[in-house]
Ligand binder design. Structure first.
Ligand code: HQG
Length: 183
């Protein structure tokens, strides 16, 4: 598979594992795992296990994790970003003092008014550093903006933070008073 085909495959896997497994007849377990063989069957004969491994290993953000499941078979899940209900079983962890959120500059006034909202996903997604946040914001339409989140103050106020297997920081909501536009 060439690189463009791998990117397309990654998008399809993301859609199935995060948003609509039922569209391909798949059922995730409560923690979001599905059999690798079941996923391959859903993807069709043009996709091999080696192609899927290339997507998992080569993925720029390591969006997917593969494990040997309790029954001894290989299983795969997305490490974060779901809109279907799954419990990733992440432990609450103390955040670094500052986290970042990259977005479109056009929505900054709304975020300043209402804070960061999780929308359809389970959590607000935060990046550990400015370059990562800038890359997330850069995928949106128009100019990007990076917001800094005073995670230390939020943690002190009792807000819970989680970190996904691929290093994305997650929290339920960031009220406006903990946000500032990052230089
Ligand atoms: C915005 C990528 C207006 C928010 C990333 C974002 C992440 C508001 C959008 C993952 C708002 C939601 C998720 C408010 C939040 N008013 N807009 N009050 N509060 N927003 O895609 O964080 O590459 O659900 O700024 O790395 O962009 O897919 O969230 O623009 O981990 O693996 O509402 O997607 O991962 O968009 O990205 P999303 P996100 P992957």
């Amino acid at each position: 598979m060439d690189n463009a085909a791998l990117v397309r495959l990654s998008r399809r896997v993301s859609y199935l594992l995060r948003h609509d497994p039922a569209s391909a007849g798949l059922t995730l377990d409560p923690q979001g795992w599905v059999g690798v063989d079941d996923l391959l069957a859903a993807l069709g004969t043009s996709v091999s296990r080696a192609d899927l491994d290339a997507v998992v290993e080569g993925n720029d953000k390591r969006r997917y994790a593969i494990r040997t499941g309790p029954g001894g078979r290989d299983e795969i899940r997305a490490s974060q970003g779901h809109t279907v209900p799954v419990d990733l079983g992440l432990d609450r962890v103390p955040p670094p003092p500052v986290l970042y959120h990259g977005t479109s500059a056009a929505v900054v006034p709304s975020i300043r008014a209402r804070g960061l909202e999780r929308g359809e996903r389970h959590h607000v997604h935060l990046s550990p550093d400015v370059p990562t946040a800038r890359a997330v914001g850069g995928r949106r339409r128009g100019p990007a903006a990076v917001l800094a989140v005073d995670a230390a103050a939020m943690a002190a106020a009792g807000f819970a933070f989680y970190r996904s297997a691929n290093g994305v920081w997650l929290t339920d909501h960031v009220p406006p008073e903990y946000l500032r536009v990052s230089p």
